[in-house]
Design a protein around this ligand. Structure first.
Ligand code: ADP
Ligand code: MG
Length: 691
């Protein structure tokens, strides 16, 4: 479509400014939606507007007055409102420019003239009922008045040199002259089925809505289009992954699995057994596995993953296990080494804190194929990490990683099998929308003997009493502090001070402190001491949030619990209640907003991670839960996957229809939709098979 500079009122200079907003063509402009709307419907009486509030009135000029003042000239117009009230409109001008500026005003404000006035109500009341600081005015019935007044008026995200007024006038010109050239990409059958506006109606209405209802209808159409394209792309990507054929096969030899099981000291729950079978079936299948393993905190996902990695090892394949934090990776490494003791399986740990010399050795062993299992953080994704025979990746707490990171690990080898794990279940519509038909396994059963953690609100002294009482019984405790930025020196200082204070309050206890700013070896030593029962209390920042596993720990105190999200609170609480003893979680929250109060109440009321996940989604939105916030996958131009849940469901349903009806999108009525899909996603997602 036409270059923006040929649009009426633009030209090369302004075109350069538009280019700064990624607007090169008139079509780009039409698809640049307002960030908000100003209500310029003249329906409320003037007296109802608060001071400095935006208003728009249609009024008749009674008379005008030019008042000279020191250094300034003030022009006043007395107006009669259509509702019968009177008001006064004022302009202040520097005296030097009063003549030209004010002469123009005088010409427009002849007594009897009818004008639209857009401005803000001033605080000073004059003898008239109100005084208005005028921003814009337009003669009634003028073409400009149609663009700028009497309705919901669009406001755009601007850049220096462009005003809303100019934007609106350009947009009006674009709508007027070029809207006819916009092509409909949505298949007509779907438009009809969902009773959606066509693209021309929707574009006009999104810029210049005739009513709030029309605006909503326009938005809904745009959101639907966005969602349908996105979810189709995911689905196609997913299908392509499944179309690949593995060149390697798995045989269940039990040379490692059997001794491993005997090493464990417990039996798998029936849910674990079921899930292990599902995973083994995937591995033996000729298509690469993409399976999501859901299971509440403490349900025993790690050993399930370990079974899969051992099956790989039995067949001479390497596995990589990626965890979101260094502490967690270290913890997994320790646990796995313990479970694999005597099996002759070689496990290594690789994080950003691994010492250089050590790292070189580990990398060499991986590349040589000597290492069977590597546990690590996102360091595993780095280019210099090479494998001889990588076939399986496990992503722990997958929602903590962005899509790019997950894809990065997956790209380490061809036809890789992938197992993602999460304790935060994804509601079905989202799972379908963002993962296509992902295979999901759920561990819906906790190991036997687990007792729900008794959770309560407490003040700090009560919480510390509880800690001391439990330690007296031979148990251990965590005390967790919120700390947002672990690299913040001041915050770390505060942590150290807090540590000393705890020590003074409970001098008889052995307390250790751990936080993200420490060196890896130091952290590991502290964790090991705690795991071995050498220390009684571990005071920590949220570095211990996920996956830490010390059975003798029976108390979790969470300081400033109001500052944690629900998923974090549930994860933290999941650090206790792992042994046979009754466990406690004390939430210390001295200053609590209503929202925080609701979160804490939910946590106290239930131990069920699925329920908490649902509530969390309601309160907080899906970014955290789907784990894609940092990667921008959920940033839609118009849609909001919570507010527009209904439309998302339509998109998911209609995707299923399309994939069934015309999987290659070959029908003529789907052609433009397919082209748009390619344009938007092919490069970014390496969608093939679409051309
Ligand atoms: P999560 O699912 O939260 O990652 P983990 O894998 O860390 O849970 O397991 C929590 C704890 O439960 C670990 O100490 C693990 O050894 C133990 N565990 C796992 N499965 C069983 C089982 N079937 N019986 C008893 N304990 C188990
Ligand atoms: Mg875990």
């Amino acid at each position: 479509m036409a270059d923006i500079q040929y649009l009426k009122g633009v030209g090369p200079k302004k075109a350069a400014l538009f280019a700064g907003l990624d607007i090169a063509t008139v079509s780009d402009l039409l698809h640049y939606y307002p960030r908000a709307y100003q209500d310029r419907r003249p329906n409320a009486p003037l007296s109802e507007f608060k001071k400095t509030e935006n208003l728009c009135i249609l009024a008749t000029v009674v008379n005008t007055q030019l008042v000279p003042a020191r250094g300034l000239a003030v022009f006043k117009a007395f107006l009669r409102n259509d509702d019968g009230s009177f008001c006064e409109a004022v302009w202040f001008k520097r005296r030097s420019m009063r003549y030209d500026a004010l002469a123009a005003l005088k010409k427009d404000f002849r007594p009897g003239a009818r004008l639209w006035i857009v401005g803000r109500r001033e605080d000073k009341n004059s003898f008239a009922s109100a005084r208005i600081n005028v921003d814009e005015y337009y003669p009634a019935d003028s073409p400009l008045a149609k663009i700028h007044t009497n309705g919901l008026i669009p406001l755009y995200s601007l850049t220096q040199g462009l005003t809303n007024k100019l934007f609106r006038e350009c947009m009006a010109a674009a709508v007027e002259k070029y809207l006819g050239e916009e092509t409909e990409i949505l298949p007509p059958a779907l438009l009809a089925k969902r009773r959606l506006l066509n693209v021309k109606q929707a574009l006009r209405a999104i810029h210049f809505p005739a009513s709030a209802a029309e605006l909503e209808a326009a938005r809904r159409r745009m959101v639907y289009e966005e969602f349908l394209l996105m979810t189709m792309a995911w689905q196609i990507k997913q299908k392509q992954g499944k179309a690949a054929v593995k060149e390697h096969g798995y045989q269940i030899k039990r040379t490692l699995l059997t001794p491993f099981k005997n090493n464990l000291g417990f039996n798998f729950t029936s849910a674990q057994t079921r899930v292990i079978n599902e995973i083994f079936a995937d591995l033996q299948n000729s298509k690469p596995m993409t399976r999501l393993l859901q299971g509440d905190v403490g349900s025993g996902k790690t050993v399930v993953a370990l079974c899969a990695m051992l099956l790989a090892a039995e067949n001479g394949f390497q596995s990589a296990f990626m965890a979101p934090t260094e502490i967690l990776a270290a913890q997994h490494f320790i646990t796995m080494r313990k479970y694999l003791n005597g099996l002759g399986v070689k496990v290594e740990l690789l994080t950003s804190k691994t010492a250089t010399a050590q790292k070189a050795k580990i990398l060499a062993a991986l590349a040589e194929g000597e290492t069977d299992i590597v546990v690590g953080t996102h360091s595993l994704i780095e280019d210099n990490v090479k494998f001889k025979n990588l076939k399986l990746i496990v992503i722990d707490e997958q929602h903590r990683f962005g899509v790019k990171q997950r894809a990065g690990l997956r790209a380490k080898a061809r036809h890789i099998d992938m197992l993602s794990m999460t304790a935060t279940p994804i509601p079905r519509t989202f799972a379908l929308a963002f993962y296509g038909d992902l295979d999901v396994s759920t561990i819906d059963e906790l190991p036997p003997g687990r007792r729900p953690v008794r959770t309560m609100r407490a003040d700090e002294s009560a919480a510390l009493k509880l800690v001391q009482a439990e330690v007296a019984k031979g148990r251990q405790a965590y005390i967790v502090y919120p700390l947002i930025d672990e690299s913040d020196k001041l915050a770390l200082k505060a942590v150290a001070a807090e540590f000393e204070r705890l020590q003074r309050l409970m001098p008889q206890l052995k307390i250790a402190m751990i936080h993200g700013g420490m060196k890896a070896a130091e952290k590991q030593k502290i964790m090991e001491d705690f795991a071995a029962g050498i220390t009684d209390v571990l005071a920590a920042t949220p570095v211990i949030e996920v996956g830490i596993d010390v059975k003798n720990a029976a108390v979790m105190v969470i300081q400033n619990a109001e500052r944690f999200g629900m998923a974090s609170l549930h994860q933290l609480r999941g650090r206790v209640g792992r042994g046979a003893a009754e466990s406690f979680c004390a939430l210390v929250a001295p200053r609590c907003s209503a929202h925080a109060d609701e979160r804490l109440r939910t946590i106290c009321a239930t131990n069920d991670g699925f329920k908490i996940g649902e509530k969390d989604l309601e309160i907080r939105g899906p970014g955290e839960i789907l784990g894609t916030r940092q990667s921008g996958d959920l940033e839609f131009k118009t849609g909001d996957i919570i507010k527009d849940k209904e439309v998302l469901r339509w998109a998911v349903d209609d995707r299923a229809f399309l994939m069934n009806d015309d999987p290659q999108l070959l029908r003529p009525e789907n052609r433009l939709f397919k082209l748009r899909l390619i344009e938007l996603y092919q490069k970014q997602w390496h969608l093939i098979d679409l051309g």
